[in-house]
Design a protein. Structure first.
Length: 210
């Protein structure tokens, strides 16, 4: 019979850290950003709250570790980084369209990300400021390419994209929080979601063909 090997203090520490990080997501999903207290996180993890300061020095550092480990924006961008690297400033509409379609799917399916956006627009914090900066960095790479393609044309693609992104956030948050229609469209139903996706593509098409 094979004896079970003792994993040691280092592995115990790592397991506890991962439990605490995971617990942040649980609390965020169930209680929102206002619920991210040491007591709530420790309870969700089934650990002593003292371990938060032992392993992370503060709740803020623990939350920051959670946000960075989740890579929400990387997941939402899909293969956009590869598309950006391969693009030479031609047919950039495909990149923006791809990003928006991925964003609405990921945002709709991820309650933790929904809570993060609510946190972002409700309270100014160092953590969310840095997250916003990372997201803007990705956008800047896309707009560098659109500037090449749309040079000399009267198209403010940044403003168009901003409105579409904001619309995605609001439509999803509205559907998840009220479970009612918006402009008689219910994106909780496949037909409603498809209508919004088609509208996103149509707006981009019209903008590029202006």
């Amino acid at each position: 019979m094979t004896r079970k090997r003792y994993q040691g203090e280092i592995n115990d520490k790592e397991r506890s850290k991962q439990k605490l990080i995971k617990a942040v997501g649980t609390v965020l999903k169930n209680k929102g950003y206002t619920g991210l207290t040491a007591t709530n996180i420790a309870k969700a993890a089934g650990l002593s709250r003292r371990l938060i300061t032992v392993y992370f020095s503060s709740v803020d550092e623990l939350v920051e570790t959670y946000v960075r480990n989740k890579d929400f924006w990387l997941a939402a961008s899909g293969n956009a980084a590869e598309m950006i690297a391969a693009n030479k400033g031609e047919d950039t509409k495909k990149i923006i369209e791809y990003l928006l379609q991925n964003q609405i799917d990921n945002f709709y399916d991820n309650p933790e990300m929904q809570k993060l956006i609510l946190w972002e627009i409700s309270k100014k914090t160092k953590i969310m400021y840095e997250v916003c900066e990372e997201r803007e960095h990705l956008g800047s790479k896309v707009f560098e390419l659109t500037d090449k393609e749309l040079q000399g044309r009267n198209i403010d693609i940044r403003a168009v994209t901003a409105l579409l992104v904001a619309g995605i956030y609001y439509m999803v948050l509205h559907a998840k929080s009220t479970d009612t229609t918006f402009c008689e469209i219910d994106i909780n139903q496949p037909e409603g979601m498809e209508r919004i996706k088609n509208a996103l593509n149509l707006i981009l098409e019209n903008a590029y063909n202006n």
